[in-house]
Write a protein that binds this ligand. Sequence first.
Ligand SMILES: [Zn+2]
Length: 312
Amino acid sequence: MSRASIVYDDTFLLHDYPGHPENASRLRAITERLASDPALRTLPAMPAPDADPDMLQAVHTDRHIMGIEHAAQSGGGWLDGDTYCTARSYDVALRAAGAAMHATDMVMRGESGAAFGLVRPPGHHATPSTAMGFCLFNNAAVAARTAQRHHGAGRVAVVDIDVHHGNGTQDVFWEDPSVLYCSLHQWPLYPGTGLARETGAGAGEGTTVNVPLPPGTDGDQWLHAFEARVVPALREHAPDLIVVSAGYDAHAADPLAELRLSTDTYAAVASRLSELAGELCGGRTVWMLEGGYDLDALAASVGASLQALDAA
Ligand SMILES: [Zn+2]
């Protein structure tokens, strides 16, 4: 069994809008970095299939899925003030969700300990019915549902380390006690949700854990908050799989936010999550790329995460 594998497809470069922070050079920077590093270029890398319609429908409304398809077929445009759609974006987003399925399949079948989907567009702001915040389909939510519906996982945890609150993922699992959603994020910041008092509802009360952090929070403070708030919740939930919404925009160099994590912090987070996965769920983790807009910091931090996952 490989310890860490990558799911990547050149299709992910086709959703692009030069000048927008969420553009194809983000993935090019990552793949160039991996190719130049002897420890990383030998990691198994798998292409992604398109997502099964049923798995997309397990997360999104038909109206949302068809809305993205129709927007792309009509030549694309702006879905909101931040979120672009091109003629190719439906195909790309379908493939990114497929990468989430494939990464989950590999990990749940025991073919790889950790699988990292190097995907675009990102997903964690996409709600069941809305594209927003650069996100079209919610890849991390698709990974969690794939584990449950195709592999019999009972409980899944989603740990969102992106600097922004993953409002979309929170919405998908808000009333679902089987999926724990934990997010550490800068607050105040887009999209404005993610207060500590947002803890889920109905049967899902208590399985949403939000850790808002003030601008200027550094890596040690972030890791301390992770240990204090997220680790106990993970142990209590006892998941069969940990899905990581892997955003790198909490890095000190990132232009979109003001947290101060370092590349070493990201390596430490990956090591710690691997350790927790070893303790709780046979080492199974699926990482899906979310944000990260300083190209050097993004590429270095993804590389450091993969190195830590492969060493676990
Ligand atoms: Zn973000």
